[in-house]
Design a protein around this ligand. Structure first.
Ligand code: GLP
Length: 253
C-alpha cells in the first residue's frame, strides 16, 4: 500500500521550502480553496518561508480560506497555551492573511459539541479542504487525534494523553501544566482533504514515522490511517526521521 510520494530532504530548510511550495501551488491552482496547516515546532520554517513570500509579494492569499486544525479546549486566542494565538503571531498576522477568511476552531464555544458540528458545516460549505499539512505527534497523533481515534472521527473534543501533555510542555516556560482536553479536526475530516502533506524532522520521530507509514493500520497509531489514502499523500521528511523506513519502500518521487 506504499503508493504515497516520499521526498527525503537534506535539511530542515529544504523541508520547509518544499512544504511552502505546495501551499503556494495549491492556492494558486485552486483560487478560493480551503487549507489547513499545523502548529508545533516542525512547521516553523514553513511559516517563515510563507511569511517571507507574503511580505515580498510572491504569494497572495486572495480568497483562500484557512481552517485551524486543533487547539486546547476552552483557551481563547490570548491564552498563553492557545495554538490559535501562536498561529496568529507566527503566521496569520505577519503574512497578512485576511481575518475574515480564517475559521477558528471553536474551542471556547458554550456548547463545544454543537460548535464542532457547525465547524464541519463551515468546512463543507467552503468546498472541503484542498490541502492539509500535518505534523506528527510523538505518539502518532495527527492534529490532536490521540491513539484510539477512529478512522471516521470528525471534529470533536478529545482527552489528551499524558504523553502528549508531557511532550507539549517543553514548548512553554517554567512549570507548564498542559490543558487536559483539546478540540481537533477528526481523522475522517483530515483524510477527506484532496491533498495531504506530512512533514517530519529529526531522529526522535524515526520510530513513529516507521510505525505510521509501514506499521499496521489502526487507531493505536492514528497517523497510520494516512496509509489508506496513499494516492493523495505526500511525505516530506529529513534523513534522520526517515532512517527506520524499510528498504522495501518504493516511493513515488
Ligand atoms: C502537537 C499538535 C499537532 C502537531 C504535533 C507535532 O501536539 N497538536 O498538530 O503536528 O503535536 O508537534 P511538533 O511538530 O512540535 O513535534
Amino acid at each position: 500500500m506504499n503508493g504515497w510520494k516520499l521526498t527525503v530532504v537534506e535539511s530542515y530548510a529544504d523541508m520547509s521550502r518544499l512544504a511552502a511550495d505546495i501551499v503556494q501551488h495549491s492556492i494558486e491552482h485552486r483560487p478560493g480553496c480551503a487549507i489547513s496547516l499545523p502548529t508545533g515546532e516542525t512547521p516553523r520554517g514553513m511559516y517563515q518561508e510563507l511569511v517571507r513570500r507574503a511580505q515580498d509579494g510572491t504569494i497572495g492569499w486572495a480568497h483562500t480560506r484557512f481552517f485551524c486544525l486543533d487547539d486546547y479546549l476552552g483557551r481563547g486566542k490570548d491564552d498563553p497555551f492557545s495554538l490559535t494565538g501562536w498561529l496568529e503571531r507566527t503566521f496569520l498576522q505577519p503574512a497578512k492573511f485576511p481575518e475574515g477568511q480564517t475559521h477558528l476552531i471553536p474551542t471556547t464555544a458554550a456548547n463545544p459539541h454543537d460548535a464542532a458540528i457547525d465547524y464541519e458545516r463551515q468546512l463543507a460549505s467552503a468546498g472541503g479542504l484542498e490541502l492539509i499539512v500535518l505534523g506528527l505527534g510523538a505518539n502518532g497523533h495527527i492534529g490532536f487525534n490521540e491513539p484510539g481515534s477512529a478512522i471516521d472521527s470528525r471534529t470533536r473534543v478529545i482527552d489528551l494523553t499524558a504523553e502528549s501533555r508531557e511532550s507539549n510542555a517543553q514548548y512553554y516556560e517554567g512549570d507548564a501544566t498542559i490543558p487536559g482536553q483539546a478540540m481537533s479536526m477528526g481523522v475522517g475530516t483530515i483524510l477527506e482533504a484532496r491533498r495531504i502533506v506530512l512533514i517530519v524532522s529529526g531522529e526522535s520521530k524515526a520510530g513513529i514515522v516507521q510505525r505510521a507509514l509501514e506499521g499496521p493500520v489502526g487507531p493505536d497509531v492514528p497517523a497510520s490511517f494516512l496509509q489508506t489514502v496513499s494516492a493523495k499523500l505526500e511525505v516530506i521528511i529529513d534523513h534522520p526521521a526517515a532512517s527506520r523506513l524499510g528498504t522495501s519502500q518504493q516511493p513515488r518521487t
